[in-house]
Design a protein around this ligand. Structure first.
Ligand code: PMP
Length: 425
C-alpha cells in the first residue's frame, strides 16, 4: 500500500472521494457511541455484585474489636490496609484507606501542600514563588485540571516508552519552583507504558533544588493486566528511601476499576512522616472513613490471590475490546503511515497518534458520525497538544460490538482527515 505522500494527485482525489462516500454512509447509520472516559462497563460492575450484600448486619466488628459502623479510624482498618499492602508495595502502617476516590486524595494532598506545606519543606507552597509540577505527556487530564484549578504551572515532559524523559526531568528540577511530578507508573494513562527500572531509580535519586519535591505516584492500574505478562515496577518507596529521599513519593491507588468505580476504596501510601502529616490534615476534614465499605472489600476480595482472580474476570471482559480496537485500526490504517497506536498490556486506554495537525479534525469528524471521543489536546496540560496529534481511546465502557464499530469509524475518520490534510497541501 502506498503512503499518502507518494500518491498522484489523481489517486489522492479518488481516495478522498471514496472515503467521503464511506463517511457519508457512516453518518447515515446514526450511531451514538461514547469512547470518552475510561469507565468500567456494567458487566464489569456486575462482577462485584456479591459485594453489596457484605459485610452483612451481623458482621460489623473489625479485627481490632471496634465497631465498623461507628466514627473513627481515620487511617483505615488494619485488615484493609493489610489487604492492599502488596498492591501498594508498602507496609500496612504506611497506608491510609479513604473513601471512594483517589483523585480526591490527590486533590487534598495538593491543597494541604499549598496551605500548610509538606514535611521537609519551607512552609506552604502557596506562599512561595509560583510553583510548578512536571507533567509527563501524554498524561491524565484530571491531573492537569487539578493543577490548573490551583494555579500550579505545568511543565510538559515527553514520555519515552519507558516513562518520562529523565534527562528533561533532571534539567527541570534544578529550578526550586518545581515541586513535584505526576506519574502513572504502570500501564500509564493513556500511553499504557510502564516505567523502566532505570526511570524509577533516576526519579528516586533526582537532585532537586526544592527540598520538598514530591513524586505523585498515581498507580491507578497496579493490578489491571490485559495479558499474562506482569511488568516489573521498581518499588518507589524503597527506591526513594535507599536514595536518601524517603519522603519524596506519595503513592495513590483505588479499587475504582477493581470493584465499583463509584463506591470503591481510595488508597494512599507513603513514608511514616508523610502519612503522619496527611492524617494530621485529614483529621480536621473528617472523623473517619466509611469502614463498612472497607470490611465489605476485605470480605469480598480476601487476599492478593482474591484480587488477582477478580482482575482475571475483568480481563476476560475487556481484553477482547482492546483487541477489537487494534484489529479495526490495523484493518484500515496499516501501511498508510498516517497513524500509530499502542497495544497496551494493561490499564484502560489506547493512545492513537494521528497525522500531525489532524487530531482536532478526527474528533470533529467522529463527532459528526455520532462517536464521542475525548477532545484532542486533553492528554496535555492546558488542553494544548502542540502537534495536534494524540488521541486517547477508551474501549472499556461500550459493548464489544459498539467498540468495534466505533474503532472502525475512528480509523476511517483518521484516514479521511489525513487525506484531506494532504489534499490541502
Ligand atoms: N488516576 C488515573 C491515572 C486514572 O486513570 C483514574 C481514572 N480514570 C483515576 C486516577 C481516578 O481514580 P479514582 O476513581 O480513584 O478517583
Amino acid at each position: 500500500m502506498p503512503s499518502l505522500t507518494t500518491l498522484s494527485p489523481k489517486a489522492l482525489a479518488e481516495l478522498r472521494s471514496d472515503l467521503r462516500r464511506e463517511f457519508e454512509a457512516l453518518k447515515a447509520q446514526g450511531l451514538k457511541l461514547d469512547m470518552t472516559r475510561g469507565k468500567p462497563a456494567s458487566d464489569q460492575l456486575d462482577l462485584a455484585a456479591g459485594m453489596l450484600a457484605l459485610p452483612g448486619n451481623r458482621d460489623t466488628t473489625a479485627e481490632d474489636g471496634t465497631d465498623a459502623r461507628n466514627y473513627g479510624n481515620l487511617q483505615g482498618l488494619a485488615e484493609t490496609r493489610a489487604l492492599f499492602a502488596p498492591v501498594l508495595g508498602a507496609p500496612p502502617e504506611q497506608i491510609v484507606v479513604a473513601n471512594n476516590s483517589s483523585l480526591a486524595l490527590m486533590h487534598d494532598v495538593l491543597v494541604y501542600a499549598l496551605l500548610k506545606g509538606v514535611p521537609g519543606g519551607q512552609g506552604p507552597w502557596s506562599k512561595q514563588e509560583p510553583i510548578a509540577i512536571l507533567c509527563p505527556v501524554p498524561g491524565y487530564d484530571r491531573h492537569f485540571t487539578l493543577c490548573e484549578g490551583f494555579g500550579i504551572r505545568m511543565i510538559p515532559i515527553p514520555m519515552t516508552g519507558e516513562g518520562p524523559d529523565m534527562a528533561a526531568v533532571e534539567r527541570a528540577v534544578a529550578d526550586p519552583a518545581v515541586k513535584g511530578i505526576w506519574c502513572v507508573p504502570q500501564y500509564s494513562n493513556p500511553s499504557g507504558e510502564t516505567y523502566s527500572d532505570e526511570t524509577v531509580r533516576r526519579l528516586a535519586s533526582l537532585k532537586t533544588a526544592a527540598p520538598d519535591f514530591r513524586i505523585l505516584w498515581d498507580n491507578a492500574y497496579a493490578v489491571h493486566h490485559l495479558t499474562e505478562a506482569r511488568p516489573s515496577l521498581v518499588n518507589i518507596l524503597e527506591a526513594c528511601a535507599e536514595a536518601g529521599h524517603p519522603d519524596r513519593p506519595i503513592i495513590f491507588a483505588s479499587t475504582s476499576k477493581v470493584t465499583l468505580a463509584g463506591a470503591g476504596l481510595a488508597l494512599l501510601a507513603s513514608s511514616p512522616a508523610n502519612v503522619k502529616w496527611y492524617l494530621a490534615q485529614a483529621g480536621r476534614r473528617s472523623i473517619g472513613p466509611d469502614k463498612l465499605n472497607q470490611l465489605r472489600h476485605v470480605r469480598f476480595l480476601r487476599d492478593a490471590a482474591g484480587i488477582a482472580a477478580h482482575m482475571e474476570r475483568h480481563r476476560a471482559l475487556i481484553a477482547p475490546k482492546f483487541a477489537a480496537v487494534s484489529e479495526a485500526f490495523a484493518a484500515r490504517l496499516d501501511g498508510w503511515e498516517v497513524a500509530r497506536w499502542t497495544s497496551p498490556l494493561g490499564g484502560y486506554f489506547i493512545t492513537l497518534d494521528v497525522t500531525d495537525g489532524t487530531a482536532t479534525e478526527v474528533v470533529r469528524l467522529a463527532g459528526e458520525a455520532g462517536i464521542a471521543l475525548t477532545p484532542a489536546g486533553a492528554t496535555h496540560p492546558y488542553g494544548k497538544d502542540p502537534h495536534d496529534r494524540t488521541l486517547r481511546i477508551a474501549p472499556t465502557f461500550p459493548s464489544l460490538d459498539a467498540v468495534r464499530k466505533a474503532a472502525e469509524a475512528v480509523a476511517l475518520c483518521t484516514l479521511l482527515a489525513a487525506v484531506e490534510a494532504q489534499a490541502a497541501g
